[in-house]
Design a protein around this ligand. Structure first.
Ligand code: 5RP
Length: 230
């Protein structure tokens, strides 16, 4: 997505923000654009308090002077604004391309509303072309991967499950200290059944299917912005 479309979606999402709000702040390049615009508003006098969804977002928000709190200090939020890797029917999302899915999901679930920001290329039917990030405990990785593959096969899904690594070849480790398996199922026609099957597998910490969490999606196109509802 062009930087311009990311900014446009972020700017439109800023319209949802009201003074005094408790805000979940997402992770990723689109969420970064939102955080920067929010920082400018805060510098101009807007009073909000944010809960970041990653160490990366916390660093950026802090550098912009946005007041931050933890979910322990502020367990209920008014609004979360975050990006997505894919937006499907009913605003079922794939998230976690940036590896922050666990905190992103906890923060979204703690929020009265979640607004997703993206460009039109991320709106798809069905979801699944983007590899589904599955956060797993490092212990028993091989066994967990086998169980994931078998659960997927029962739903008619197959495809490579690849442990995420960094550019230097070392393991990608999440802020929570876990690993990520990226599952290339190509298409996921029934995200809810897959989500239910994945949470039942010991060793799976969380998965990047966000179902029933987004209340709106702000989707930027070259010639405007659409607001999608579930
Ligand atoms: C991070 C995420 C991001 O929201 C998702 O990967 C989209 O990122 P970007 O805005 O850079 O395309 O889920 O875990």
């Amino acid at each position: 997505m062009s930087a311009d479309l990311k900014k446009r979606a972020a700017a439109a999402a800023l319209e949802f923000v009201r003074p005094g709000m408790r805000l979940g702040i997402g992770t990723g390049s689109t969420a970064d654009e939102f955080t920067k615009l929010l920082g400018a508003k805060v510098a101009a006098g807007l009073d909000v308090i944010g809960v970041p969804t990653s160490v990366r977002t916390a660093d950026l928000a802090r550098s912009l002077g946005i007041r931050l709190a933890t979910l322990d200090e502020m367990p209920e939020l008014d609004l979360t604004v975050d990006g997505a890797d894919e937006i499907g029917p009913g605003l079922a999302l794939i998230k976690g391309g940036g590896g922050a899915l666990l905190r992103e999901k906890i923060v979204a679930a703690a929020s009265a509303r979640m607004v997703v920001i993206a460009d039109a290329s991320k709106v798809v039917d069905p979801i699944g072309a983007f590899p589904l990030p599955i956060e797993v405990n490092a212990f028993g990785l091989g066994s967990t991967a086998l169980k994931i593959a078998r659960a997927a096969a029962e739903l008619g899904l197959d495809g490579p499950l690849v442990k995420r690594v960094k550019a230097d070849g070392s393991d990608f480790v999440t802020d929570g200290g876990h690993l990520i398996l990226d599952a290339s199922f190509r298409r996921i026609p029934d995200p809810m059944s897959l989500a239910r099957a994945l949470v039942d597998i010991p060793g799976v910490v969380e998965h990047g299917l966000f179902i029933g969490l987004a209340s709106a999606a702000v989707v930027a196109r070259a010639d405007g912005v659409d607001i999608l509802s579930p």
